[in-house]
Structures are given as structure tokens and as C-alpha cells.
Write a new protein. Structure first.
Length: 654
């Protein structure tokens, strides 16, 4: 629950990861815009038991992010309505500050600056009257304009500076917010009552192609540039930080004002049975961390002896388990650093370079581990996989895929690693961590945690036929078409040299979208309830091409099995056939298909034959912001019929 002093805004715990995480703007039921506070302000109060919210079960994830644990956002427990005698963690809320702080009166147009901690709705005292302790009159409304930079900083729009055309105005007069009722920003203006200066807001959201110049920074005053002051209002402080980036004006509800950067992981439990898995989870806790650290530095230690000692000295934690189970769990924990809460003071796992979470070799290896696990049957409390024999499927599945597995149960942890504004490109994990704390904690500190949500669900895993794929991706027209997309990507503001745009990547991503759009009609889930997880690499030791279509629910029961059923023989084939058939013709064709050769479509032209009518999905479902899509890779290009399609759809229909 997001809390703002005297008012409450019920919010799902998962929404505090995205889209309403640290630094995000949210509007409550009374129309007050607030900004979610930094992690310093979370988990404040009496009777706290933080261990209830700590999760160390996914050791791969903890090691990858270089943190001590993932912390689940608190659920709100009303102290006056508890059903038991527990006094732990009552009344916990996630605070929020009022933002923007500039307000105006709709009657007299006067602009007023209020502090971030002000409670409730304020009324204009120039237009109202006071009766007793209360003021009556027109309410003050927050102005809808703010200013941000591409480093994630945010501030109120510089009204005084803008109207007086000076970075340090001397006037300081009362301002008026005026609007002539037009449909552009030029019809909105601000006026100083004292000196009479007046200026409209035309162009304040404009950024020039270079990315280092904006209308607000370059035109605020003559003879210099007005740059970002590095403010972080979500920390509750007006302190300025070093920042030399240009400022851009924005509406407070603009879609580019907040991009949550998340890192998700599918839990791969240790292969030891449910009891051993549970013991491993318990051994990751702080109670056993000194012993685990000691054993890691002692290769000659008798683990059986230590298992007996731990079992006898911790009956509440380990008393219900057999000694051989404790020993097996202890061996897993000690010998596999990626599966426990070891000291992560050295920071995130890397190969000596800035290991960006969104790409790079580190991400490929991380996905390879999941890819390998999803290919094999497994029966665990946290991950249950059934292999479905390929020969039991129809021709369309046997011809184009190497493997189909049905994931009856999975556990996903989604962690908020940071956020950006204006551009969805987080530079590094350390940069993201710095933005989420008032004072960024050093690695290894007690505050070395990140907020995350845990969901349980089900899915269908499809692995493309490796031989057919390798032959298809060497075709001249396929390479040429992918090069169009790659060249546009390299010239876009989203470019990351770590990301490799290959034919198999475009095919896998596009087919994933086509399948999701068809599955929603078959299994009853909404489009936003399904997600994709791509497994693509061309490296020899990690070569893969697969996709997991899954759904996740916030409760422990997960989902109802409808998605898994659609992956079974007799159900999957018509779904794939329908998805491909619908992709052959878009309601925007021939324009949609021909747009690929004419400059592409979508933001930065990072899609070829893909639009909202055929291949796009909600951004919550897509790992790539609906970029790098081309249904021509699946069903053929407009100028070559089907000869360059991965799926020989026309031949099969004939």
C-alpha cells in the first residue's frame, strides 16, 4: 500500500515493482499526484520482523545481482482489524511524497508552492474564506508539467527561471498559470504579477536529434544552457547532485517519464527432492551464514559431522529432517555458490566489464541455465516440467520444433534494479541502485537488498529445430532483411552494443508474439496476463533458440492449467496453424508488410512487418518493448512469397 500521510492508496505488491516502483508517479483516489519514496523510507515502524519479507531462495538471482537478499514489499495489516494476537509488522506502508509541488487556483490563476509532506487537499486562501479552523474556497490543483533528464533526475518545472528567462531570477514575484484553451503548449503560459513577464510553454518537451540538446535547456535564457540540477524528490530531499545533462519538459503522466528496469529469474531448485530443497532454502538464512562461510573455506571439513551438529543445535529449523537430508542440502549449499546467500560484497557477477543486466555474455549464460533446465523433465515444488513426446504432435510441430515441454509449475522472481526517464536504457546495476537510495549503500551493507515480487505460474516451452534454423538463417534474403533492422538499431537511441540482432532472434521474438496473440483466444487469459521469455544465442557453447510462454499470478496457487493444456498434442497444432494463418495478412496490409522496405515502423523504426493489428502485444508481455519484430520471418516477405519463411506454411496447406 502506498501511503501519503493522511490518505491511503491501495496498491498491489507487484505494482510496487512495476509500474509504481521507487521514483514513479501515482495518483490517488482524490486526484493527488505522488511519487513513491526511495528504499530508505520503506519498512519503517515498530515491531518489525524483516525476515518475514526476505527471500533468498533463488541463489542464482542473488549472486547475479550482487545482493544479500530480495525483499518483498510489505502488505498492509490494519492494527485495528487483526484476526490474531500478532503484533509484528502491523500498519506497514510504503510512503509517498506530494509531487509536483507547484499548484494553481483555477479561479484566480495564482501559483502556489507546497511542501512535499503537506496533507490532504489545499484551498486557495485568496479566493476562499475561513470558518473556524477550516478554509472554504476553490481547491488547488497540481500543475501537470515537470522537468526530467535522461539520467533519471526529476524536478518541478522551473517556472520562475522560465518566465524570467534567467537561471537565477531576482524578481521572485507571484506567478499566474494561464491557458487560452488551445490544443497546443503554445496556448499555455505563465505570467509574473510583479514584473509582468510572460512566456508560453511551446516547445518545452522538444528534444533534438543529437539527444544532448533540448528546447528547455537551450532556450530558457540567452547566452548559456540551463542544465539539470540532479534532484531526487523521491528521497524527500531538495538536495542537488552533480548532473550536466539537459532538461526536458514533460507532462507528469507522460509514458516516457518512468521506465522501471527489472530483472527476472525462473527459479531452478537444487536437484535433491522437495525436503532437500526446503533445507537448502533454510540454510541460506542469516542463522547459518557463519557456518556456511566457514565451510566454504575448508575443503577438508566433514559435512556429515557438521550436518549432525546443525540439526541438534537448531531443532526448530532442522529437527523435522533426516540427518542425511541435512548433509545433502549442506553439500549443495557449500559447493554451489550460485545457490546460496554468500557474501556478495564484490558486487554483481561479471567478467571484469560493465556487465549490463539487459544483455551481454552474463545474461546469455544466465538464460542458458534456464534453457537447459526447461528441456528436461523435473518434479519439484517450485518447478515441475513434463516432456511431451514430439512424435505425438502433428506435422507442423514435428517439422519446425525440436522439443516441447509443459511447465505445470514455475516460480518467477522479478526484481526492481533501477529506473530511467525519457530513455529505457539503464547504464548499470550500480547506477540503478544509486537512484533508488538517498545514500546508496556500499556493497555488503545491511541495506544491500532490492525489492522484488514472487509469482507462481505455468507455461509452454518450445525449442526450434536447430538444423532447420541453421539452414534458414543463412539464406541471403533473410540476412538482408535482418541487416535492415540491425542498421536501424545501431543508429537508434536504444542502441546497446551488447545486444545482437540475428535472424533467429527476430524469428523467435516474432513467433512468440504471434503465439501469445492466438493463445488468448484459446485459453481464456488476457493478453497482458501472458509473458514471453526468450532463449536465443548463436555462440557455439550456448547455442539456443527457444521461447517460454508463461503466465504468473501473485498468489501461491498460481494458475489453473489452461495454458499448459494448450501445449498438449491435439491442442498445440491448431493454435500454431491459426497464429501463422492470421500472420499472413494484416488488416493494415499491404502497407504493414511493405513498410519494412520503406523505412520500418514503430519507435525508431525498429520493427519491420509488425504493427498493432498483427504482431504487437502489451509491453508487460514483451521483453523488448515491442521492438525487433517481423512477421515476414515466420510467414514470408511480400516480394518473395513464402520461400524465405521459416515455417513452410504454404507448402503444408497445399
Amino acid at each position: 500500500m502506498i501511503h501519503r500521510s493522511a490518505s491511503k492508496t491501495p496498491t498491489r505488491r507487484g505494482q510496487l515493482i512495476t509500474p509504481f516502483g521507487v521514483g514513479a508517479l501515482v495518483t490517488n483516489q482524490k486526484g493527488v499526484s505522488m511519487i513513491c519514496t526511495s528504499l530508505d523510507h520503506w519498512f519503517q515502524g515498530d515491531g518489525l520482523d524483516i525476515s518475514e519479507f526476505e527471500d533468498r531462495r533463488d541463489g542464482r538471482l542473488i549472486s547475479r545481482l550482487g545482493i544479500d537478499h530480495v525483499r518483498i514489499p510489505p502488505d498492509f495489516r490494519d492494527p485495528g482489524r487483526t484476526l490474531d494476537d500478532s503484533t509484528k509488522n502491523l500498519g506497514l506502508k510504503v510512503p509517498a511524497f506530494r509531487f509536483p509541488q507547484w499548484h494553481f487556483c483555477p479561479k484566480c490563476k495564482k501559483m502556489i508552492h507546497l511542501p512535499p509532506t503537506v496533507r490532504g487537499q489545499r484551498r486557495c486562501r485568496d479566493c476562499g474564506t475561513k470558518h473556524g479552523d477550516r478554509w472554504y474556497g476553490p481547491p488547488l490543483y497540481q500543475l501537470r508539467f515537470v522537468a526530467a533528464c535522461d539520467q533519471g533526475h526529476l524536478q518541478d518545472f522551473p517556472w520562475q527561471e522560465w518566465v524570467h528567462r534567467s537561471p537565477s531570477p531576482d524578481c521572485g514575484g507571484t506567478l499566474e498559470f494561464q491557458s487560452s484553451g488551445g490544443g497546443t503548449l503554445s496556448s499555455v503560459s505563465v505570467k509574473c504579477r510583479k514584473c509582468g513577464s510572460r512566456r508560453h510553454l511551446g516547445g518545452i518537451t522538444r528534444a533534438y536529434e543529437s539527444g544532448d540538446e533540448t528546447h528547455l535547456s537551450d532556450q530558457l535564457y540567452d547566452g548559456g544552457r540551463f542544465l539539470c540540477s540532479g534532484r531526487k524528490p523521491w528521497t524527500g530531499s531538495s538536495e542537488e547532485h552533480d548532473c550536466d545533462r539537459p532538461l526536458r519538459g514533460a507532462l507528469r503522466n507522460a509514458s516516457n517519464l518512468y521506465f522501471a528496469d527489472t530483472f527476472s529469474s525462473i527459479l531452478i531448485p537444487p536437484d535433491g527432492g522437495e525436503d532437500v530443497d526446503e533445507i537448502v532454502h533454510r540454510l541460506k538464512g542469516s542463522t547459518f551464514s557463519p557456518t556456511i562461510s566457514l565451510l566454504r573455506g575448508n575443503e577438508d571439513a566433514d559435512l556429515g559431522e557438521y550436518a549432525s551438529m546443525l540439526k541438534s543445535s537448531n531443532p526448530g529449523e532442522l529437527g523435522d529432517y533426516q540427518e542425511n537430508q541435512v548433509e545433502k542440502a549442506l553439500r549443495i549449499t557449500v559447493n554451489d555458490p550460485g545457490e546460496n546467500g554468500e557474501d556478495h560484497s564484490s558486487g554483481p557477477e561479471s567478467d571484469g566489464e560493465d556487465d549490463r543486466l539487459a544483455g551481454g555474455q552474463g545474461e546469455v549464460k544466465y538464460r542458458w541455465e534456464e534453457f537447459s533446465a526447461l528441456r528436461e523433465p523435473r518434479d519439484s515444488e517450485m518447478l515441475t516440467i513434463r516432456e511431451s513426446k514430439l512424435e505425438t504432435y502433428g506435422h507442423i510441430v514435428q517439422r519446425h520444433f525440436d522439443r516441447v515441454t509443459l511447465v505445470d509449475r514455475l516460480r518467477e522472481t522479478r526484481v526492481l534494479t533501477g529506473f530511467t526517464r525519457l530513455d529505457p536504457d539503464l547504464e548499470s546495476l550500480e547506477r540503478g541502485r544509486e537512484m533508488m537510495w538517498k545514500d546508496c549503500p556500499p556493497p555488503g551493507a545491511p541495506q544491500n537488498w532490492l525489492p522484488g515480487s514472487i509469482t507462481h505460474g505455468e507455461g509452454i516451452f518450445l525449442e526450434f529445430d536447430q538444423g532447420r534454423l541453421e539452414e534458414w538463417e543463412t539464406r541471403k534474403d533473410v540476412i538482408r532483411r535482418t541487416e535492415l533492422l540491425r542498421s536501424r538499431y545501431e543508429n537508434s537511441r536504444f542502441y546497446d552494443e551488447e545486444k545482437e540482432i540475428t535472424p533467429r532472434f527476430v524469428l523467435t521474438h516474432t513467433f512468440s508474439h504471434l503465439l501469445i496473440n492466438r493463445l488468448v483466444f484459446e485459453c481464456g487469459y488476457s493478453t497482458a496476463a501472458l509473458r514471453e521469455r526468450l532463449y536465443v544465442s548463436t555462440e557455439d557453447d550456448t547455442s539456443m533458440a527457444g521461447v517460454l510462454i508463461y503466465t504468473a499470478a501473485g498468489d501461491s496457487d498460481g494458475t489453473m492449467g489452461g495454458l499448459v493444456r494448450m501445449g498438449q498434442p491435439g491442442y498445440l497444432e491448431p493454435v500454431v496453424e491459426s497464429a501463422l494463418s492470421e500472420a499472413e495478412w494484416c488488416s493494415a496490409d499491404p502497407i504493414c508488410m511493405e513498410a519494412a522496405e520503406q523505412g520500418g515502423q514503430g519507435p525508431e523504426s525498429l520493427n519491420l512487418a509488425a504493427c498493432h493489428n498483427c504482431a504487437l502485444t502489451p509491453e508487460t508481455s514483451c521483453e523488448e518493448f515491442n521492438h525487433f519484430l517481423d512477421r515476414g520471418t515466420a510467414v514470408g516477405f511480400a516480394d518473395s512469397s513464402s520461400k524465405n519463411a521459416y515455417f513452410d506454411w504454404h507448402d503444408m496447406k497445399a
